[in-house]
Design a protein around this ligand. Structure first.
Ligand code: AGP
Length: 610
């Protein structure tokens, strides 16, 4: 996913833009570039394939390009391979316009052909270049007018930063489906793909909505709606510490974020527990609605989907309502059964995942109500939901999610209790038991994290295995899905998570001497069942790494090769404890394998293109 930064003010723009881009590196990219307007220099564009360091070296840290207004970009290639010429900013043929873009122009081919027939010569293979060339084509001296014409001509998802050599006293920001924020300063203003690029300079930000256009000058920001009518934007104060966007002494963001989970859990849960009651003021549900609810449809991708898989077991037990969990990319095309009595629970860390966003819009079109669980304040999914509950995990930088996953889980516990209480489907005793355990959970999470050296040792035994299996039943199966994804995405080891009872229907044929099987048996009502599956794989020569609660640790240790124990807790809350050893195992395996843990190959932090 691309990163965008724009600056207009009194200081030299180069170093500020490079600093902002460096804080967006986590998004994943393969090239970077700058466009800066300097008096007497005109529009200067420098861009290069490779890491940001290449660009910084080319521009002496940005100091070699003079000017106090400019744009910066880190590109995650979608159209045209990573190369200097395909890097952004993309420039119009007359050199008057420079454009940086995050997203996809879906009708760029027809526009390109149209402009080529008009004699325009394209130099790149990107979809973005058609925007720069179209701006030149429509420009007659009115920048905003030209931008408006371009926006009526293109289809797709986009966040643009635009600079024009004819009017270097302004920057233009445009947003549709790809996030873009504005940083409001004293004597300067910024635009960026997300907050981490601007909080060093200002904590006052606003979020562009789809179709909006902003014009930034040194003295202020004017936002226009899709009809180019001035519109006011609410200013938000960002209270994240910059340190939260930096590694804080850990070798990787992922390690830092794994260790932050107890605190992230506290920040997300405790403000919502008052006098032993779950208090969700941001929600607008009543008993009548919930009683009339015909289905709860969980829609998400990746790890957020795995949260939904765990939530299904808990919510169906609590609410006695059908809960269906669907991959967002599948939901969109399966002709889903949705009515106005369907509640869709949309889970997304970034709040910008295009599959999840599109599925949510489809659910709404079909009449469903939308409750979303999101980590990024002001993100598109959050703003388009009927109700949103924010996870307060803080910025999650590592591509492989950990603390966001954990806080999403925590929110599903709260929603489950809240809804069950409204429905009258939970006894006061059970309600109190779960709330009591929620209050104890951060301490138990910390206890699990104290085992990290032991887990690192286990990783050292297995980091060279070509394939690793995770098996579990019920909630353990749901957590196994997440453990397997963590391992795959950062260590590149093939892995599969299986419902343990399903092994005998095929996959057990893959088990051979030395195969590593991670057996999750914390859900104690099915402990014996799971242990029989352990015996099955052991008899075929597998090594078994067992994970269970303290009270069953000795039983498990009799059969498996290594046992990890987590503190006993209410069964509903087990996934929060069980996932930690699996995150640590994946991390240490990837560390042993020398992988790029925070920026795994082929992956981006938020998938905002299909
Ligand atoms: C998780 O480790 C992955 N990076 C990925 O599966 C992620 O969970 C998925 O892309 C969904 O992202 P979202 O929660 O921001 O919507």
């Amino acid at each position: 996913m691309c990163g965008i930064v724009g600056f207009i003010g009194a200081e030299e723009a180069g170093p500020i833009l490079l600093d902002g881009l460096s804080r967006l590196e986590y998004r994943g990219y393969d090239s970077a570039g700058l466009a800066i307007y300097g008096a007497g220099q005109g529009l200067q564009v420098v861009k290069a394939k490779g890491r940001l360091k290449v660009l910084s070296d080319l521009t002496q840290g940005g100091a070699a390009i003079h000017g106090s207004v400019g744009l910066g970009h880190t590109r995650w290639a979608t159209h045209g391979e990573p190369s200097d010429v395909n890097s952004h900013p993309q420039v119009s043929g007359d050199g008057r316009f420079a454009v940086v873009h995050n997203g996809i122009i879906e009708n760029y081919v027809e526009i390109k052909e149209f402009l080529e027939r008009k004699g325009v010569r394209f130099v790149s293979q990107t979809d973005t270049e058609v925007v720069a060339q179209l701006l030149e084509y429509y420009y007659t001296g009115d920048l905003l007018g030209a931008v408006s014409k371009v926006l009526h001509r293109i289809d797709g998802a986009y966040a643009f930063g635009i600079i024009c050599a004819d009017c270097p006293d302004k920057l233009v920001a445009v947003r549709k489906d790809s996030p873009l924020i504005l940083g409001h300063g004293e004597g300067f203003n910024l635009l960026a793909s997300d907050v981490t690029a601007v909080i060093k300079y200002t904590r006052e930000v606003s979020y562009l909505d789809d179709g909006e256009v902003a014009v930034l000058t040194t003295d202020g920001v004017q936002v226009y709606d899709a009809y180019l009518q001035p519109t006011e934007k609410e200013l938000c104060h960002v209270d994240w510490e910059i340190s939260a966007a930096e590694k804080g002494g850990y070798e990787h963001f992922m390690a830092k974020e794994i260790m932050e989970q107890p605190e992230a859990f506290r920040k997300t849960v405790f403000p919502r527990l008052k006098d032993g009651r779950v208090v969700l003021d941001d929600l607008h549900f009543d008993q009548a609605y919930l009683r009339g609810m015909d289905k709860l449809y969980v829609i998400a991708c990746g790890s957020s989907y795995h949260v939904g898989m765990a939530a299904k077991y808990n919510l169906e037990k609590l609410l006695r309502k059908p809960v269906e969990v669907t991959l967002a990319s599948e939901f969109r095309y399966c002709d889903p059964i949705v009515t106005e009595n369907t509640l869709t629970l949309v889970i997304s860390q970034s709040g910008e995942t295009i599959d999840t966003l599109a599925a949510m819009r489809e659910a709404r079109r079909l009449g469903a109500r939308v409750l979303s669980v999101v980590n990024v304040v002001g993100s598109t999914i959050a703003r388009e939901s009927d109700d949103v509950i924010y996870t307060w995990a803080g910025p999650e930088i590592a591509v492989a999610t950990t603390k966001a996953y954990s806080t999403q889980l925590a929110v599903t516990y709260l929603v489950g209790l809240y809804f069950a209480d409204l429905l009258g489907t939970i006894s006061p005793e059970e309600y109190e038991a779960v709330v009591s355990e929620l209050l104890l959970l951060p301490t138990k999470l910390e206890a699990v994290l104290e085992q990290r050296e032991r887990i690192q040792y286990m990783a050292s035994l297995y980091f060279n295995h070509p394939s690793i299996f995770f098996i579990g039943r019920n909630l353990d199966y749901a957590v196994g899905l997440e453990g397997s994804l963590k391992l795959k995405e950062i260590s590149y080891i093939h892995s599969e998570a299986y419902a343990a009872g399903e092994l005998k229907h095929g996959t057990i044929s893959l088990i051979e001497p030395g195969t590593l099987v991670v057996a999750l048996a914390s859900y104690t009502p099915l402990f014996e069942k799971l242990m029989s599956n352990v015996v099955e794989v052991k008899s075929r020569g597998a090594d078994v790494l067992g994970l269970t609660v303290e009270s069953r640790g000795d039983d498990m240790a009799k059969t498996v090769d290594h046992t990890i124990r987590v503190p006993d807790t209410h069964p509903m809350l087990l996934p929060s404890l069980d996932v930690l050893p699996l995150q640590l195992f994946a991390y240490y395996v990837a560390l042993q394998r020398g992988c790029d843990i925070d920026k795994p190959r082929n992956l981006a932090k938020s998938v905002t293109v299909e």
